[in-house]
Design a protein around this ligand. Structure first.
Ligand code: UD1
Length: 421
């Protein structure tokens, strides 16, 4: 098994280019199942999750080509199967996103219960509630979920989500695209990735309005055509590099980032004393201009503080003056990095979904484990400032979601390498 070896590295300096967003590209790829024509997606990052989604789409009948670096051409003239492969779905929770498009285009979808990061129970009840409201008949087995459109086909309805789930909003948007009449998703997720998906689907000929607000309106259309689309930059990758600059007290110029997508992270880092200069599509993050202080964060659906930045931010908070409180409200089991940071010398106490983080920790390198994707990123950040050497195992989690991770950090002066055990 491969590992990352991270050495105490001093302030990171230089420029980093942010890749296309993992959480945007996966739903875009799933949405190509809705069209019989060729779709082109640009700025597709080389990630394990993207490779898994390619494999899944191919098994359903898509012809996929990387025509040039980071450009995928996907053509799904015929869907040859409406059943998602157990092995793939088990490795990647976002596989569930093929369910809406299969149901819309073929009137039937069968998908195993999804796997992915172990950050909570992560049910799919809201996805299913949406499909049912559109008229699908559900069969929920021990291992599989099946949705079949009734005799009338799917019919538009108003669906209220009990929680603004990102995946459910995307899946229902895709399922509803050919439904008779109009569908409204209320209390919809407002994440930028939802807007990117709606933009892509509208280029294909869908009639979706309101993406990015809490009510999305989808007018049913007869078919979708081709589209050519560039994925939005990865706001979570950008946030990770902002924190890399902050934790190492460095000075990093981040390119290909939309600062509007990172307002809470910018605000909280500024509160701590980090200087951030914001351009239209870039930012300069300076952690080297004086002392940094504690702050409190609480994760929320967008536009609140992103849960995916919670663990990297917590790693940073162990290094500032004073004590901080971190409250996680999106996932019920997202503090697994706490014990690993504790092994490195961090003093963090948790009670339920609340963590109290003591600053000025004397972090020291040791053997730790990436328990999920973002927890892994948090350990890399901690390793950059910990005395000695940090050995991080289970790094396949990190490689699910960060493109050229080692290379980008090394270019900023980080001493980090990937070794095969
Ligand atoms: C997406 C992101 C993930 C991010 C998360 C929240 C992708 C591929 N992944 O995941 O990186 O951390 O949004 O910003 O885009 N829930 C239910 N029932 C459902 C669906 C969700 O109870 O049917 C709950 C989940 O258990 C969780 C919360 O809602 O507690 C948020 O989940 P959701 O927004 O659906 O996240 P994902 O789409 O899985």
């Amino acid at each position: 098994m491969a590992k990352y070896i991270v050495k105490q590295s001093g302030p990171l300096k230089g420029e980093v280019h942010i890749s296309g967003a993992k959480n945007a590209v996966l739903p875009l790829m799933a949405a190509t199942l809705l069209s019989e024509e060729k779709c082109v997606i640009r700025d597709v990052p080389h990630l394990r999750d993207v490779a898994l989604m390619k494999e899944l789409l191919s098994s359903l009948g898509s012809k996929i080509e990387e025509t040039e670096e980071h450009v995928l051409s996907i053509n799904t003239e015929d869907i040859v199967s409406t059943e998602a492969d157990f092995e793939i779905v088990n490795k990647m929770r976002a596989s569930i996103l093929v369910m809406g498009p299969l149901l819309a285009r073929k009137g039937r979808a069968r998908v195993p219960h999804p796997g992915g990061c172990a950050i909570g129970a992560r049910p799919i009840d809201l996805h299913l509630k949406g499909f049912e409201a559109l008229g699908a008949i559900l069969t929920v087995g021990d291992d599989y979920v099946e949705a079949v459109a009734g005799g009338q086909g799917l019919v538009g309805d108003t669906i209220y989500l009990d929680f603004p789930s990102v995946g459910a909003t995307e899946n229902i948007m895709m399922a509803a695209v050919f439904a008779e009449g109009t569908t409204y998703i209320e209390n919809a997720a407002e994440e930028p990735e939802i807007v990117d998906l709606a933009n892509f689907m509208n280029k294909m000929g869908a009639k979706i309005k309101g993406a990015g607000t809490d009510t999305i309106k989808i007018e049913g259309v007869k078919s979708l055509g081709s589209a050519n689309h560039t994925v939005i930059p990865d706001r979570i990758e950008a946030g990770t590099f902002m924190l890399a600059a902050a934790i190492t007290r460095g000075n990093v110029h981040i390119n290909n980032v939309l600062p509007d997508h990172l307002k809470p992270v910018i605000a909280k880092l500024r509160e701590c004393g980090v200087r951030i200069e914001v351009g239209d599509e870039d930012m300069i993050v300076r952690g080297n201009l004086g002392p940094q202080y504690a702050t409190d964060i609480k994760t929320l659906p967008y536009p609140g503080f992103p849960t995916d930045i919670q663990s990297p931010f917590m790693a940073y908070l162990t290094t500032v003056e004073g004590s901080s409180t971190v409250i996680e409200t999106v996932f019920e089991n997202r503090f697994m990095h706490v014990s690993q940071l504790g092994k490195m010398g961090a003093i963090i106490e948790t009670a339920g979904n609340k963590a109290s983080v003591k600053g000025n920790a004397k972090l020291r390198g040791c053997q730790v484990m990436a328990t999920d994707l973002r927890a892994g990123a948090a350990l890399v950040l901690a390793g950059l400032v910990a005395e000695g050497t940090t050995e991080i195992s289970e790094i396949y989690h990190i490689e699910r979601g960060y493109e050229y991770f080692i290379e980008k950090f090394a270019a900023l002066g980080a001493e980090i390498e990937r070794v095969e055990d």
